[in-house]
Every structure is written in C-alpha cells, then in structure tokens.
Design a protein around this ligand. Structure first.
Ligand code: FEO
Length: 400
C-alpha cells in the first residue's frame, strides 16, 4: 500500500501482512491477516513512529522514500520492541547509520539484546517531549502494554496518539485505513477481541492503568500499530479495550462456552443434548470442537462468558487431550472467575473428571455437579444431559 496522509505532514507508512500464517508463531492469521502500522512525521526533523516486521523491508523503505529521502531521517521512535514493530530496524540502521533511536531505558537494553545496537540511542522518560520543528511529540510510559519497555507517543496540537499494541487488532486493512472508511466493523471488532485475548489480556491491569493515565489527554486520532486508525470515533476502541480488560477481574457476561472433544461420537451425542438444554433456557451459547478449532478462536469466548461446559471423554485415565490443551492455555491466559462443569463418556474406570477438577482448581473456577456416563448414552442419559445443560444455564443466568 502507498503512504497515506492522516493529517498534514503525518503519514501512515504501514505494511499489510497477508503472508504470515501464525502471529507470534502461535496465533492463526492465515485468513485474517494483520497490519503493522508505522507513521512518519515530516517536519524540520523527520521522525518515524514504530516500524514493521522485517517481512517487506523493501516496501517499507520505499514508502518512506516516497515522502522523504531516507538519509534525511532524524529519529526512529520505538514505542515497543517486539519484532513485529522493530524487525526493520537492523536494516534501517544500516541504511541510515546516523538515525537516532528514541525509546525508554528498557528499550535501550532490548536494542542491544535483539539487534546488537548500542549507539545513537536517546532514552526518554514519562512526560518527556521531543521538538521536531513546528510539531512536538510527548512520550507516555505505559509499561506492560504489552512488554515492560512499552510507551506511547502523542503528537501535540494534532492530538494523535500513537498507541502501538494498545487499541490494535488482527485483520489486514481492507483498502481504507480509517474507521470512517470501514464497512465491516463486525470483522474488525471480532478480530480486535481475538487479538486482545491472545496477546494483551494477561496485561489487562496495565491496560486499564494506561487508559486511566491518558483519560484527560485530548485525543482526536488513535493511531495503533495494528488495524484501523480511529479518527471519527477514537472513543469506540478505547471503550472496547476497557470493557475487555474489565473481564480480567469480573464474572463475565451471561453466556456459556461449550468446549468439547469426542473420540467415537458418544460425548458429541451428549453434547447436542446438553446444548439443547442450555438453548432451552435462552442463554447464549458458543460451541467449539477442540479437535478442529485453534485455541486462538476459543479464548475470546472463554474470556468474555461466565459459564464453561467441558465435554470430554476419558482418554488413558485422563481428560481427552485436545480439550485439556485448551484448558491449559486458559490457565496461561489467566482466565479467572468462571463457573464450570464437565460431562463425558468413559469406558471403564474414568479419570477425565479427576483431571478436570485439577484444572478447575488451578484456574480457581467454581465447579458445579458433573455428569459422566458409561460408553454410549442411553435415551435416559440424553434426557438427563438436557436437564444438566438447562440447570447449568439457569445457574449462569442467576450468578451475580
Ligand atoms: Fe504488536 Fe507486542 O507487538
């Protein structure tokens, strides 16, 4: 994509990535893509705010070159060191050896660790400013949104907040880069939530702290380093982030995540009966087959919904592994305050329930009565399964 002027003298110079399959080597984006947004402030001094993954370095440098000669660059402001934003740095530094890298003290340490860069670094602290000519930028320390070195850069006068990971989302840009050009908010909001839960959720407390810290700042544009640039309604993405961060300490919304796996269809048959029971109570329900669904797509439901029903048979005296792996990731992402139950088929001695209980213990979830059955479910088992689902749904609806 060519550079796009977002305000006079301020350009988006991002890279739209439709090539990478796994973000962070872990989270699928084959279908959705992602953008690495960077920005160029073209004043007396020329400054780039954030960079890109080293995926299309030629394109990235060419975008800069369309606005200024690379040799004219004075500053590279590094809000965040993760290589999806700093990957171009090594090459850029070779091409423009005199460019000054601006970041926090921790950024300075990471520059050496990641790229062996130790010179031409300007360390800034919370509230420091940097004059570029007619324009001045101010830096705000926002540690752990997403890494400890993270900061945000604010262009005074214009009110542009370059927020890096904060307020970003998966999803390559589809033509327009601005929220007012977006015709598919459903896609972006869904992908922003998936990104939030996959990448940022563990740091929800620092997110809320950063939002609170910047609440009185006059912001006309939120320019994150992934996803849409918010110029018509910047408050919208802030409110969404605030809501999602709030799930870290809260009980979640009324709704059920039904996570299941099945070996020969017995637990799946019961899953349909349990789902019927939940639906009969009018409680919203997401169903995920853990065998076929990457955990990236399951986490948003677990993060936002109050109830978790796990359908899993016993496998070698333990919980069916694809389901266990999802619960393990729920632990990694520190999903708390959930009400959970388990159902599933067993052949002889069982064991799934025992492992489920140890997960629930570790996750500090509240557990309700489980429901296991031997082999294939009988008609009576299925009736009991439907009642089990309905009773759980009522429990979720009534939980405060
Ligand atoms: Fe988009 Fe934490 O990097």
């Amino acid at each position: 994509m060519p550079p796009i002027e977002i305000r006079p003298g301020v350009h988006w110079i991002g890279v739209n990535d439709r090539t990478t399959d796994l973000f962070e080597g872990l989270w699928p984006i084959t279908q959705e893509g992602v953008s690495y947004n960077a920005y160029l402030i073209n004043d007396e001094k020329k400054a780039i705010v954030d960079l890109s993954k080293s995926l299309k370095t030629d394109d990235f440098l060419d975008q800069i070159h369309q606005i200024v000669d690379l040799s004219e660059l004075n500053y590279v402001i590094v809000n965040h060191m993760e290589p999806d934003h700093s990957g171009v740095l090594r090459t850029l530094r070779r091409v423009v050896p005199g460019v000054t890298i601006v970041g926090t003290q921790k950024t300075k340490e990471m520059l050496e660790g990641f790229y062996g860069i130790t010179d031409h670094i300007q360390v800034v602290e919370d509230g420091d400013t940097l004059a570029l000519g007619d324009r001045t930028v101010r830096f705000f320390s926002t540690p752990f949104v997403h890494w400890p070195e993270t900061m945000m850069t604010y262009l005074e006068g214009e009110g542009i907040l370059f927020s890096c990971d904060a307020f970003g989302g998966y999803g390559a840009l589809r033509g327009g880069i601005f929220d007012d050009q977006c015709t598919d908010f459903g896609f972006y909001e869904k992908e922003a939530l998936r990104y939030y839960v996959n990448i940022v959720a563990v740091f929800s407390r620092p997110v809320l702290k950063a939002i609170d810290k910047l609440k009185d700042l006059p912001v006309s544009i939120i320019a994150p380093s992934h996803g849409l640039v918010w110029r018509e309604n910047p408050g919208r993405i802030v409110e969404l982030y605030q809501e999602w961060a709030g799930y870290a300490g809260g009980p979640g919304e009324i709704g059920v995540t039904l996570l299941y796996g099945t070996m020969y269809g017995n637990t799946e048959e019961m899953m349909n009966a349990v789902a019927q029971g939940v639906s009969d109570e009018g409680v919203p329900l997401d169903i995920f087959d853990a065998r076929h669904t990457h955990v990236s797509y399951i986490l948003p439901s677990l993060w936002t919904r109050r109830g978790v029903i796990v359908g899993a048979p016993t496998y070698e005296g333990a919980l069916f592994p694809p389901v266990a792996q999802v619960l393990s990731m729920a632990g990694t992402k520190r999903i708390r305050n959930r009400i959970a139950t388990h159902f599933g088929s067993y052949g002889w001695s069982g064991g799934a329930q025992r492992e489920f209980e140890s997960f629930v213990d570790e996750l500090k979830w509240e557990m309700t009565e489980p429901f296991e059955f031997r082999g294939g479910p009988t008609d009576d088992d299925l009736r009991r399964g439907e009642a089990f689902g309905a009773a759980f749904a009522r429990r979720i609806r009534e939980a405060v």
